[in-house]
Design a binder for this molecule. Structure first.
Ligand code: ZN
Length: 215
């Protein structure tokens, strides 16, 4: 089994492009942000807030960059020279930094991904890239989990994929039910992870043995 723990490793950098702040869409969006500032009781013309609409647009461009990326591209290049390697490939502690589609506030945590190759493997960073692409969109954790597993299953065609995601949701921590310590765990299993109990248990044991991703 190949296991890679990414705890403490910098989040994989993605190409960042500056948004065109002069486009009609950006100008309109900045107007809307001024309206929201007024709505919360602020004065968008005061000095401290003059540049805020621009900053918010830039931040949104980063938070939602996943819409401009296709996981099929990330998983297009696979390798068949694996010297007969046919055991589990496991990546743990990939950072999740996403935004919930219900409140547009962050949810953050970790993803753990395993697959069992069927003659083909993919560069490990490409799995992190798939996580990045889907998490940089408006999401619900259940959908994010399923999308990551589905993309790997469809494009890499392994014998099976397992994805577990553990997150804290700011919409639960700092508003609503105010449960700052609550973790949400979701999982999606395909192929051999569903059919073979021993494979599933091996995966779950390896995930459990690394402890809660609360650092
Ligand atoms: Zn929410």
């Amino acid at each position: 089994m190949l296991s890679v723990n990414l705890r403490g490793i910098a989040y994989p950098a993605s190409p960042m492009h500056e948004p065109d702040l002069n486009s009609p869409e950006s100008i309109q969006a900045m107007d809307h942000i001024r309206s929201i500032l007024k709505f919360i009781g602020e004065d968008p013309t005061r000095e401290g807030l003059l540049e805020t609409p621009k900053r918010v647009i830039r931040a949104m461009h980063e938070h939602y960059r996943g819409y401009a990326m296709d996981p099929a591209d990330a998983l297009a290049r696979t390798f068949t020279e694996v010297e007969g390697y046919d055991q589990m490939v496991l990546l743990t502690d990939l950072d999740i930094q996403s935004h919930c589609e219900h409140h547009m506030v962050p949810f953050v945590g970790k993803a753990h991904i395993a697959y069992i190759p069927d003659g083909r493997v993919v560069g490990l960073s490409k799995l992190a890239k798939v996580v990045d692409i889907y998490s940089k969109r408006l999401q619900v954790q259940e959908k994010l989990t399923a999308q990551i597993a589905e993309a790997i299953q469809v494009h890499l065609r392994p014998l099976g994929v397992a994805v577990v995601i553990e997150c804290r949701h700011f919409c639960m921590c700092y508003r609503g039910v105010h449960q700052p310590r609550a973790w949400t765990t979701t999982s999606k299993l395909t192929g051999i992870f569903l059919k073979n109990l021993a494979t599933r248990e091996e995966f779950l044991r390896l995930i459990a043995s690394r402890g809660r991703a609360n650092d």
